[in-house]
Design a protein around this ligand. Structure first.
Ligand code: UDP
Ligand code: MG
Length: 313
């Protein structure tokens, strides 16, 4: 490890930037490694960008990036990852709810051989109904769906090996799923209890609607995690089952009509049979289309279907 990059998404945090910078700088200066601080202004309309420019003009270790409009916290983090030159990347919020004094412990844990160390706001200082309750439910769901068991996915304070985070693609509100997305590549994730403080200045940028976006992202993530390289397995599996059931009931109806000589035109089972067979064919075709798309996706973006940890020289 030689250099640490701290990436901070900033959206209208004018009162927080200077105190945050001072607090963070103190911690970083006490560490034996080089550092840089990347402040990504996510389209703030307050004075944040001027403050960032000023800090950066006085301290060459600070880089500012300014978005043209508000693209969201995930986009801001990704912009920071793209700019980062360190071999370890730390992410944290600009609102001073995360405590920079936790950074040395995160780095220590990372050096034990982990690829990601994720903060756990065990004693979270946020309102119960709009924050802690939805996030308790979300945490439980994410843990169940992704199979990666953490207590707190939403904590921005995390430490990553740079190569891990630079190799993953993120969309929507997916920054909270970075460890889960990275787990596709087989990374080692650790969790560490970190300090959490109430917001003292500025206001929170999210409401309850975030919970629903997180849920939808979770469905997309589950699909990508499990089936992105084999869509035919999920669609085709359901399709085959549907076709099979349709054939059985079709054979039964044929038997009723020709062996028992009863009319079948008015039986609900007839509609069900037709539906099952049609749905079965469509699902299998959808799976095949998915296979085509997957190939296009992997080949056009040059994305590999594997990930290498190291090679011998
Ligand atoms: N943020 C951002 N873009 C947005 C919303 C938020 O860059 O569209 C930043 C914000 O400035 C803060 C961090 O993301 O540094 C977390 O936001 P907030 O504290 O409002 O979220 P909460 O802590 O309530 O989950
Ligand atoms: Mg906050």
């Amino acid at each position: 490890m030689e250099k640490i990059s701290v990436v901070i998404p900033v959206y209208e945090e004018e009162e927080n930037l200077l105190p945050l910078y001072k607090e963070l700088k103190e911690v970083l200066n006490s560490l034996p490694w080089d550092h840089e601080i990347i402040l990504v202004d996510d389209g703030s309309r307050d004075n944040s960008w001027n403050i960032i420019k000023e800090i950066s003009s006085k301290d060459p270790a600070v880089k500012g990036i300014r978005f043209r409009r508000n693209f969201g916290q995930t986009a801001a983090l990704v912009a920071g990852f793209d700019e980062a030159t360190g071999d370890v990347i730390i992410t944290m919020d600009a609102d001073r709810q995360n405590d920079p004094k936790d950074i040395p412990r995160l780095l220590e844990k990372l050096q034990e051989g982990y690829d990601i160390v994720s903060g756990w706001r065990k004693n979270r200082k946020d309102p119960f109904l709009t924050r802690k309750l939805p996030s308790a439910i979300a945490n439980w769901l994410i843990s169940w769906v992704t199979g990666l068991h953490l207590h707190d996915y939403g904590c921005t304070l995390k430490a990553y090996r740079a190569d891990v985070v630079k190799n993953i693609q993120l969309y929507g509100q997916m920054h909270r799923f970075i460890p889960a997305v990275a787990s596709i590549y087989g990374v080692e994730v650790a969790e560490l209890v970190v300090n959490h403080r109430p917001r003292v200045a500025g206001r929170s940028k999210y409401g309850l609607s975030r919970t629903f976006k997180v849920l939808l992202d979770l469905i997309a993530l589950k699909f990508l995690l499990s089936y992105s390289t084999r869509p035919l397995h999920i669609f085709g599996g359901v399709g085959l089952l549907s076709l099979f059931l349709g054939f059985i009931s079709g054979i039964y109806l044929t038997y009723v009509k020709y062996a028992k000589r009863q009319p079948i035109g008015n039986r609900p089972l007839l509609s069900l049979t037709v539906l099952l067979i049609l749905a079965g064919v469509q699902l299998i075709v959808l799976g095949l289309l998915g296979e085509l798309l997957t190939r296009t996706y992997h080949e056009s973006s040059g994305k590999k279907i594997y990930a290498i940890r190291e090679k011998t020289p």
